[in-house]
Design a protein around this ligand. Structure first.
Ligand code: SAH
Ligand code: SF4
Length: 342
């Protein structure tokens, strides 16, 4: 709930309005129960517990990288559904990568998150709880957020917007919108709607292919909105927000990693103020996609740079704790299903 919604509840309970701000602050600090709210009278705490609950995430698995301290969580939600979340340490602070849906219905061929399709949307508070839990668990302040875990944020538009407002609220986690990235597989209707909010977040586009022929093979969303429509929406978005756009490009051996792909990509991105993030594709058990060797990845980056496109190769964090983008949840679910059957 945002402050206005909490105020309505407080007033309906016959309580003074200022209690709403107190409650809002507590909820945004990641408390797990009303009893932790020490400046709220016991009677009100009880009334609240009778009519409501605090959305929390419970860690079912936690893996800590011995190499770089990256922490990966598999959380269980109130209804038993599982999501994953990652805490990463960079020089400039801590970043949390959050999930926005249980599963995903976009069906990208290289991604483990979509294998079971979409189960349900996350609420804004379930998104927020992934940040507050990681902050409390590690006794740190989270300075950056990336909406790059399981799920397609623009397919859960209203909750994603509500989350962005809550997480950047100065009475809450107060994480500036400039420190938040939202990644989309290319839901053009959502990009257009997002432009209307004109938020200073970083928009990340999972492009992964320079043309329709390749993108149709790996990303079904391209059949609804093709590369031209997607890039035009990006141009329009940039006109409104004046923000640099980030393009994600997962390099898959023999599919999208050729010299001509790099040339075509550079040509298509002309005129867009952007940055390309090259990600060596993570192998997923269910498909045969492989990442190119290091030399080819560097050659792809150099080609883009030589054509005037700013490109970096994404560093791998938490390499020893396995799995990303839905793989950890899937592995945990399989373990649980197996234990139940056994
Ligand atoms: N649904 C949104 C955000 C979550 S996915 C989106 O698709 O943008 C976060 C990023 O990981 C996306 O760029 C996605 O394409 C990429 N990704 C998914 N599976 C991957 C894999 N096996 N290897 C490399 N990148 C992958
Ligand atoms: Fe969904 Fe993103 Fe995975 Fe595609 S890459 S299936 S949009 S989570």
């Amino acid at each position: 709930m945002n402050l206005e919604e909490i105020t309505e509840v407080v007033i309906s309970l016959g309580e003074p309005k200022f209690r709403a701000s107190q409650l809002f602050k507590w909820l945004q600090s990641g408390v797990q129960s009303f009893d932790e709210m020490t400046n709220i009278p016991q009677t009100l705490r009880q009334k609240l517990a009778d009519i409501s609950y605090i959305a929390t995430v419970s860690p079912l698995r936690k893996y800590v990288s011995q190499i770089d301290g990256t922490v990966k969580y598999v959380y269980e939600l109130f209804d038993g559904e599982l999501i994953e979340s990652v805490l990463m340490k960079y020089e400039h602070g801590y970043t949390v990568c959050i999930s926005t849906q249980v599963g995903c219905r976009m069906g990208c061929k290289f991604c483990a998150s979509g294998i079971y399709g979409l189960t349900r949307n996350l609420t804004a508070s379930e998104m927020l709880a992934q940040i507050t839990y990681a902050a409390r668990d590690n006794n740190i302040r989270v300075s950056n957020v990336v909406m790059m875990g399981m799920g397609e944020p623009l397919d859960n538009f209203d909750n994603s917007i509500k989350f962005l407002k809550l997480v950047s609220d100065e009475n809450g986690p107060n994480i500036g919108l400039r420190h938040i990235s939202l990644s989309t597989s290319g839901v053009v209707s959502g990009i257009k709607k997002l432009a209307e909010y004109n938020m200073p977040i970083t928009l990340s586009i999972s492009l992964h292919a320079p043309n329709d022929e390749i993108r149709n093979r790996t990303m079904p969303v391209n059949k609804k909105w093709n590369v031209d429509e997607l890039l035009n929406a990006c141009r329009e978005y940039q006109k409104v927000t004046t923000r640099r756009i980030s393009f994600e490009y997962a390099l898959i051996e023999g599919i999208n990693d050729s010299d001509s792909c790099a040339k075509e990509l550079a040509r298509r991105l002309k005129g867009i103020m952007c940055h390309v993030n090259l990600i060596p594709a993570n192998p997923v058990k269910e498909n045969t996609f492989k990442k190119p060797d290091r030399k080819s990845i560097i050659a792809f980056q150099k080609k883009l740079e030589s054509l005037g496109v700013n490109a970096t190769i994404r560093r791998t964090l938490g390499a020893d704790i396995d799995a990303s983008c839905g793989q950890l949840k899937k592995k945990t679910k399989e373990e649980i299903d197996c234990a139940n059957i056994c």
